[in-house]
Design a protein around this ligand. Structure first.
Ligand code: NAP
Length: 350
């Protein structure tokens, strides 16, 4: 484990994947906040944006990038590394191309740099993100992940995605894809932060030459979605600002109880103080020194800037060890609503 970090991971086809990108999963932000965040992020040097069809704001990402092309901050959209995700209702290989075209249209590009399968779980085909039957039960589909992967490979053949990868797959699911893939997945995006290191899965992927991207790298510190749905009246979260209550109640089915916060951790406070850095910067640097890409989300300019300032210091092996000791909580994103699906990834240890 080296304390030096490169600014890019180089993917097998030579594409450079910036090790820090802007997350855009912004359920509670008002309309336009992601567009502004993307513009600001590009101004200060971000060249990677992580989005998803299911976040329902790809258009804002596309608008933000277009604005920065129009004002000359970037000369070509290809200077950007755009990641998006194939949603669970779009797994049917027969319709992957037409469904993915919606993402390209939203983003106003002909091709993305990385497309990942958002979850190994498929839901009933269609445009409803969380289709439910008349008994209010979520409607699963059972598309074979290998077939879906073949559909992803065809997107590369068609020039619609430069690279393809996976998200929320466990080790055995990644292995199944590796065994049958014509084009190997170049990336796995999974939850990783000091409280949940995902060490075994990350090391497995790195050993296979698969890059790893940490989502929720800050353990989603001030997310109002920690709150039960009936407490949504807290000032920070205005109900009218939420994009979709169905989305919240289903998607955010997270662990319960008192949640730990990185801002309360004495170890992180001490290290941050010693380095003259903030706790988020220390946490991001910790993950980067594991050779893992980070995509912290913020719509707050000062935080977007703060999170990008992670190259001017490093953590010693002893400091890394101290932070490893925080690895003692379960994952945040348990997605309980999907736990009956045959491809639910989190029944296995990793
Ligand atoms: P995160 O990046 O760990 O945390 C985001 C939260 O932290 C936001 O509430 C943000 O608030 C706050 N924040 C950001 N920087 C901060 C700072 N410097 N100081 C204090 N607070 C700060 O969590 P996440 O959004 O869940 O994950 C990041 C990205 O990963 C997502 O946006 C998405 O792109 C991706 N993701 C992917 C999956 C998947 O299934 N593949 C799942 C979850 C997330 P403000 O915005 O209000 O500033």
């Amino acid at each position: 484990m080296s304390s030096d970090i490169a600014e890019f991971a180089v993917l097998p086809n030579g594409t450079k994947y910036p090790v820090i990108g802007l997350g855009t999963h912004n359920v509670t932000g008002g309309p336009g906040s992601v567009r502004k965040a993307v513009k600001y992020a590009i101004d200060i040097g971000y060249r990677s944006v992580d989005c998803a069809y299911a976040y329902e704001n790809e258009k804002e990402v596309g608008d933000g990038i277009q604005a920065k092309l129009d004002d000359g901050t970037i000369k070509d959209k290809k200077e950007m590394f755009i990641t998006t995700k194939l949603w669970n209702t779009h797994h049917n290989p027969r319709h992957i191309k037409e469904n993915f075209q919606k993402s390209l249209d939203n983003l106003k590009v002909n091709c993305v740099q990385l497309l990942v399968i958002h979850w190994p779980i498929s839901l009933k085909d269609g445009d409803d993100l969380f289709p439910k039957d008349k008994n209010d039960q979520i409607m699963f589909a059972n598309h074979d992940i290998i077939d879906t992967w073949k559909g992803m490979e065809e997107l590369v053949d068609a020039g619609m995605a430069e690279n393809i990868g996976l998200s929320n797959f466990n080790k055995s699911q990644v292995e199944r894809i590796l065994q049958s893939a014509r084009i190997k997945p170049c990336n796995l995006q999974v939850e990783i932060h000091p409280y949940f290191s995902n060490r075994k899965l990350a090391n497995f992927c790195l050993s296979k030459g698969i890059t790893v991207t940490a989502y929720a790298p800050l353990a989603n510190p001030d997310s109002p979605l920690w709150l039960p749905i009936n407490q949504l009246s807290k000032p920070r979260l205005k109900l009218k600002d939420c994009r979709s209550l169905t989305f919240i109640s289903l998607y955010y089915n997270r662990r319960k109880g008192k949640e730990p916060s990185i801002f309360d951790e004495p170890v992180l406070k001490d290290i941050a103080q010693k380095k003259g850095k903030t706790i988020p910067q220390v946490v991001l640097r910790f993950i980067l020194q594991r050779n893992i890409i980070v995509i912290p989300k913020s719509v707050t300019p000062s935080r977007i800037k703060e999170n990008f300032d992670v190259f001017s210091f490093s953590l010693s092996p002893d400091e890394m060890e101290q932070i490893w000791a925080l690895d003692k909580y379960p994952r945040i994103w348990i997605e309980k609503w999907a736990s009956e699906h045959k491809e639910y990834p989190f029944h296995e240890d990793f």
